[in-house]
Design a protein around this ligand. Structure first.
Ligand code: F6R
Length: 245
């Protein structure tokens, strides 16, 4: 695992955007795995700005997102479909039919999960998967205890994850109880992984990621076995790492 320490969130976002832009310029047909949440917002802003200024094009890029809430359709402002539209897709030139998220309102959620994994395979797999990390070590919505072999599946969100995400909703009761998430095995099939962490709240998770051995209690530890993982973490997120080195 390669670690890049940066001073703050802004630098983390700039560095992540640089890596993504370099990939797209080298491979205009790249398949990008994307994440939602607070962490990648600055990266998406940097990609949008670069598209505007330097004309990096996404015309042949395909994107697949990690997850979507169950029960929210694409037009719901709290859906991850809406988040991606707002933070990235409407600012770049990616065609509408080249960005994909799980369908959280599919009639058969099980069939949707299988369809999603097959679709990623048909696209040729993910070239670069962008990840945030939960305070409890979740990646995607793979919560502690998730076996590392799982493919895309339906999860019941933990209380702590619903609390952490309640900031986007009127109140915690509005946060859906379930989500569809790429499984850990789906994530691990990506050719490269870029995990971002910023802020004191992530310090414990980053310490665990960089010091623990693989264990299902800490889902992000599954990444240790992957040959091409880069972690970009800011000073606050790295603040508990030196104590253990
Ligand atoms: C988002 C996702 C989650 C987040 C994680 C961190 O698509 O899959 O794993 O990356 O919950 O969220 P933030 O960035 O809001 O701290």
């Amino acid at each position: 695992m390669k670690t890049i320490s940066v001073s703050n969130e802004k630098e983390m976002s700039r560095k992540a955007a640089e890596i993504i832009i370099a990939l797209i310029r080298e491979n205009p047909n790249a398949v990008l795995g994307l994440a939602t949440g607070g962490t990648p917002e600055g990266t998406y802003r940097a990609l949008a700005l670069d598209h505007q200024k330097n004309k990096t094009t996404y015309r042949s890029v395909r994107t697949v997102n990690l997850d979507e809430y169950v029960g929210l359709d694409a037009n719901d402002p709290n859906s991850y479909h809406a988040y991606m539209e707002e933070h990235l897709f409407r600012h770049i030139d990616i065609p509408q039919d080249q960005h994909f998220l799980p369908n959280g309102s599919a009639e058969s959620l099980e069939a949707e999960c299988r369809r999603y994994d097959r679709m990623i395979e048909r696209l040729g797999g993910i070239d670069l998967q962008l990840l945030g990390i939960g305070e409890n070590g979740h990646i995607g919505f793979n919560e502690p205890g998730t076996p590392f072999q799982t493919a895309t599946h339906v999860v019941t969100l933990t209380e702590s994850t619903r609390r952490a995400n309640a900031r986007y909703f009127e109140n915690i009761d509005e946060v859906p109880a379930q989500a569809i998430t790429m499984g850990i095995s789906t994530i691990l099939k990506s050719k490269a992984i870029l995990l971002l962490a910023s802020g004191e709240k992530k310090a414990d998770a980053v310490r665990r990621l960089l010091t623990e051995t693989q264990n299902t209690d800490f889902p992000a530890s599954s990444l240790i076995a992957h040959p091409n993982v880069t972690v970009i973490a800011d000073r606050e997120a790295m603040s508990r790492v030196h104590l253990y080195q």
